[in-house]
Design a protein around this ligand. Sequence first.
Ligand SMILES: CC(C)(COP(=O)(O)OP(=O)(O)OC[C@H]1O[C@@H](n2cnc3c(N)ncnc32)[C@H](O)[C@@H]1OP(=O)(O)O)[C@@H](O)C(=O)NCCC(=O)NCCS
Length: 173
Amino acid sequence: MAGGVKIRKADDDDIKDLSAIGHASFRQAYEAWSHPDDLVAHLDAFFSEEAIRKEMQLPGHNYLIAMNDAVAAGFVKIRENTRPDEVPATRALELHQVYVMPEQQRCGIGGMLIEAAASFARDKAADGIWLSVWEYAPWAVNCYRKYGFDVVGTADFQLGRTVYTDLLMWRST
Ligand SMILES: CC(C)(COP(=O)(O)OP(=O)(O)OC[C@H]1O[C@@H](n2cnc3c(N)ncnc32)[C@H](O)[C@@H]1OP(=O)(O)O)[C@@H](O)C(=O)NCCC(=O)NCCS
């Protein structure tokens, strides 16, 4: 288990680490399934330092980072006001990205990030958390099921030239 892990709100000083985590874990998970050009464009659009800096400044966009002692191990991005109709909790917040460094996975850090996001949501008087996840990503779908999420629908997700089907999942806070 991840004994020395602490989760806190991320700030400007964490952008380099957030970008490194996003690049490493997105590549590990999705490189085999995406066109190389689309992958690079996606990494640039969502995980470049510039993209993260911009997102951090948007209202309703919140990053929590997991530090394993001094090492940045993972993060979750939480968005407000994005709930799709399928999610039954009317004040649910979105876990838009949950990423853990490949070498730190399967030690409970993903679960800690999810619980920290639920706690963040409770502090905002939210009654649920929801997310979308590629239907063929068993590592992530299993993880979300393990921490109490259920499937409530599907949505399209476009990565470059390909449209994938995501599962919409939610749980109460
Ligand atoms: C999904 C992710 C955040 C989980 O983080 P984590 O730190 O490994 O999560 P935890 O250790 O708390 O939970 C582990 C559980 O997740 C599931 N899981 C994780 N990796 C798995 C794998 N390779 N195969 C199958 N199930 C897996 C299992 O249910 C596992 O529980 P178990 O070890 O008791 O079997 C991590 O795998 C990740 O960053 N993946 C790449 C990026 C990604 O796909 N993010 C989700 C986008 S929606």
